[in-house]
Design a protein around this ligand. Structure first.
Ligand SMILES: [Zn+2]
Length: 817
């Protein structure tokens, strides 16, 4: 059987993106051999002839240990000569020990135990290797094979659909000379944990994952990822080791998209993608595309190519973004380095209407076939009716009128991570921020929901989850549509660009367009921001909120949100995150940049906002779980789960902002000087990573170059203590000093005592600033930094004469209780 290393989904989709449910097959008049193979793989069943008793069998795959102690097993019928699955019923057990603390904590959140050790009574296996042969010695004569098939045959057949696409890729992608890819999917049925999945896929960046479908208290479905990690044999390898790490099987350096836009909802697109293959032998290409778009034709050099359009697994991250998968089956394998032009024809109702003359694309998934955000050149042509204004990412290079249509060309001025557009009948205005042209397009009103007193719409998930989500909104009072104030929005945007470009380097694009988007959240695209209608409304006209939320509501919509989205032009657009574990960086950096602008204008409001985040992180969710249990920022979108539907928003934005505040605090408290120093570091980061991806580790290394020696823990030029304890940790400790004594020494007064970190776990390391209170100075005076290492740390510190008291972090630069 042809096998190979394949990376079948984009980094944003991760492994669970490949789980599929019902699908639509399309193709040439005569189905290709690959399509026939796929049909077999997704409908293969078990038979009495392949049913056996099995005893004392074991499957060891990397970290996964599965034992089949006693029961019956039936193998699936061979496809192309290969047995690819089996159904087991009896007594079995699975054991999996997560490799690190973060994954143990994640597993414990969902299963109550940090180790997966579960007895199961049924298991369905799918594999692309010799698993069937490996089990052969443990097989015994069957007892009642007909009854077994009668009972489990239909279940086994329906489960075959899940992995068909992955197996098709394994059958058809044939990189020369590469290691065989190892693929195993096991779906277990256990008494304690119910039905759950374990995957081992050597072609993915994180090869092992464990997941289960789970519901929130409100009935919303999430495909919860309990664990995702490198497999044992890949751990300890340097991350840059290209030889062993899977690379993206192909990239798309160039898009040419010609779209006919038919308001309010429809669009038809001819899209040509330049596909650059990075591995030999690739035949099966997988793309993401909005589920509201139907592909009618895919061609390669003018010849139709077979494709399959699948639905994403319900509750998965892919599905929550509104996307499905399109798999293209090429007639012949591609070679590494080869560029190929693939043309897609597709269309559908991908645009959303919000009333007030607003149409936008983005809430209903991504409008062109892609593999997650990646730096790419876009050439866009739009045809749309007269009387409308269309705004797109990039630069408008030509526009004309042809009959009843307007035709406009937009080109990216540099590679950008994604392309979007917005269509409306707007009230427009323009201004300059330095060399950057800022255009603001407000609707003639706000969305119907806001105007008529209907409840606000359910929160739309932004395409890349880059927007704010406001958790508390109550229905507005009934009445006439309130007037928007685009001029105020424009002023905010100009101020944000001026503030940030002075500190981070020039604005990454020639222009910025701000257009109104319904709902309480916003999205940033390169050079184009879809800004919440709430920002366009004066404070008094927004839906009322509880008194406790009033100040934050005003801070968010009058100040933070616009700057946050403008800051994404640098963080998220100009520089892109590397993988899902790095996405938090973009939110944290964009938000903290916005917070530093707020601080410069109104320091007290800045402090109250940080305090609100702190309180928010310490509260419990409706299930009675503390937000620290949702996990570390580096779990990325996995933080949002059936246990914490808003986990990503809360942890990445709020804890993420606090992590930035702590890093900046290391430079010297919450002073203007430390803000300037922190911005200097961020500017150098921008210069270094412009147009590229950045990881959490890159960020750590860049900071290590910049931070003073006094912040070295145990003498190492390393911020590992911060990234291990705080970035990859979840603690919000309590901190106090105990047993403080002041004693006169020849060189002056010395304070000694014990620094206590409570509710922190045993190995939390924190650099804690201590201040003194003296009778003479009205304000606390900085005395020094102590590394708190674990629960108790004794210290000695020279302090000024007359010190009466030691204060722990009086200016609140540490996230603590
Ligand atoms: Zn954001």
């Amino acid at each position: 059987m042809p096998k190979g290393k394949v990376t079948t989904v984009g980094k944003a989709a991760l492994c669970w993106g490949l789980l599929i449910s019902p699908c639509h097959l399309h193709g040439q008049e005569t189905p290709s051999a690959a399509l026939a193979l796929y049909r077999q793989l997704r409908s293969v069943g078990i038979s009495a002839a392949t049913t056996h008793q099995i005893r004392d069998a074991a499957l060891d795959r990397e970290d996964i240990h599965i034992s089949l102690q006693d029961g019956a097993i039936a193998f699936t019928e061979a496809v192309d000569g290969h047995v690819t699955g089996a159904f087991f019923q009896g007594e079995g057990e699975v054991l999996l020990i997560p490799p690190d603390r973060a994954e143990r904590a994640s597993l414990a959140l969902f299963t109550a135990f940090p180790v997966l050790e579960e007895k199961f009574s049924t298991a369905y296996f799918r594999f692309d290797d010799d698993t069937a042969r490996e089990l052969a010695p443990a097989l015994r004569p069957p007892e009642d094979p007909a009854a077994f098939v009668e009972r489990w045959g239909a279940v086994a057949k329906s489960l075959s659909e899940i992995d068909a696409l992955r197996l098709l890729a394994a059958f058809t992608n044939t990189p020369a000379g590469s290691q065989p890819a190892r693929f195993l999917h096991a779906r277990f049925g256990g008494a304690r944990l119910g039905t759950f999945d374990i995957f081992l896929d050597a072609g993915l960046p994180e090869q092992i994952s464990v997941a289960q479908a789970g519901y929130t208290g409100q009935g919303q479905l999430f495909y919860d990822v309990w664990l995702s990690s490198l497999m044992r044999s890949r751990r300890g390898e340097p991350p840059a080791s290209a030889a062993s790490q899977p690379i993206e099987a192909f990239v798309i350096p160039e898009y040419k998209l010609a779209a006919r836009v038919l308001p309010p909802h429809e669009m038809q697109v001819d899209g040509t993608l330049t596909v650059r293959c990075r591995q030999d032998g690739l035949r099966t290409l997988v793309f993401e595309l909005s589920r509201y778009l139907r592909v009618s034709r895919v061609t390669l050099a003018g010849e139709p190519v077979t494709f399959i359009q699948n639905e994403a697994v319900p509750g998965s991250e892919l599905e929550r973004r509104g996307n499905d998968l399109v798999t293209v089956l090429l007639p012949a394998p591609l070679q590494a380095g080869q560029d190929t032009q693939l043309k897609f024809n597709y269309g559908g109702s991908v645009m959303s209407e919000a009333g007030g003359g607003l149409m936008y694309v983005g809430a209903r998934g991504i409008w062109y076939p892609n593999r997650g955000p990646a730096m790419t050149n876009f050439d866009l042509e739009f045809r749309y009716p007269k009387g409308w204004t269309l705004l797109a990412t990039g630069v408008l290079t030509a526009s004309a009128t042809e009959g009843d249509e307007q035709v406009a060309h937009w080109r990216s001025s540099r590679p950008i991570p994604l392309a979007g557009f917005n269509l409306g009948q707007y009230v427009a205005s323009q201004a300059h921020a330095g060399d950057t042209l800022v255009s603001t397009y407000g609707a003639r009103g706000v969305e119907q929901n806001l105007a008529r007193g209907a409840p606000p719409p359910p929160q739309q998930r932004p395409v890349w989850r880059r927007g704010y989500t406001l958790p508390t909104t109550v229905p507005p009072a009934a009445g006439a549509a309130p007037e928007t104030h685009p001029a105020a929005v424009e002023q905010q945007a100009v101020a944000a660009i001026n503030f940030l470009s002075q500190r981070l380097g020039s604005f990454p694009y020639p222009s910025l367009s701000l257009t109104q988007m319904p709902g309480s959240s916003s999205q940033g695209w390169p050079g184009l921001i879809f800004l919440s209608s709430y920002v366009f409304l004066p404070a008094g006209e927004r839906p009322p909120v509880p008194p406790a939320d009033l100040e934050y509501d005003r801070t968010l919509y009058d100040q933070l949100m616009t700057t946050h989205e403008v800051a994404h032009q640098w963080w998220g657009d100009g520089v892109l995150w590397k993988g899902y574990r790095d996405q938090w960086l973009m939110e944290a950096l964009a938000n903290y940049c916005a917070l530093m602008q707020l601080e410069a204008a109104d320091p007290e409001r800045f402090r109250r906002t940080m305090e609100r985040y702190r309180q928010h992180l310490l509260r419990k969710n409706p299930r009675g779980l503390s937000y620290s249990q949702a996990g570390a920022v580096t779990l990325g979108v996995r933080l949002s789960s059936s246990k914490f539907p808003d986990g990503y928003e809360t942890v990445a934005y709020e804890r993420g902002s606090w992590l930035m505040h702590m890093l900046r605090g290391l430079l010297g408290g919450d002073t203007e000087k430390s803000a300037a120093q922190f911005f200097d570091i961020l500017r150098r980061l921008q210069q270094r990573f412009a147009g590229q991806v950045i990881s959490t580790l890159d960020f750590q290394h860049a900071l290590e170059e910049e931070l003073p020696e006094s912040l070295r823990f145990e003498g190492r030029k390393s911020l590992e203590w911060f990234f291990d304890s705080w970035v990859n940790g979840v603690a919000i400790p309590r901190m106090v000093v105990r047993d403080v004594r002041f004693s006169a020494r020849s060189k002056g007064l010395v304070a000694s005592g014990t620094l206590i970190q409570q509710e922190a776990g045993r190995d939390l390391v924190t650099s804690v600033p201590l201040y003194t209170h003296t009778a003479t100075a009205p304000q606390p005076v900085f005395a020094g930094r102590i590394f708190a290492d674990g629960e108790e740390t004794s210290f000695r510190l020279a302090v000024p004469a007359g010190t009466k008291e030691l204060l722990v972090d009086p200016y609140n630069t540490i996230l603590r209780q």
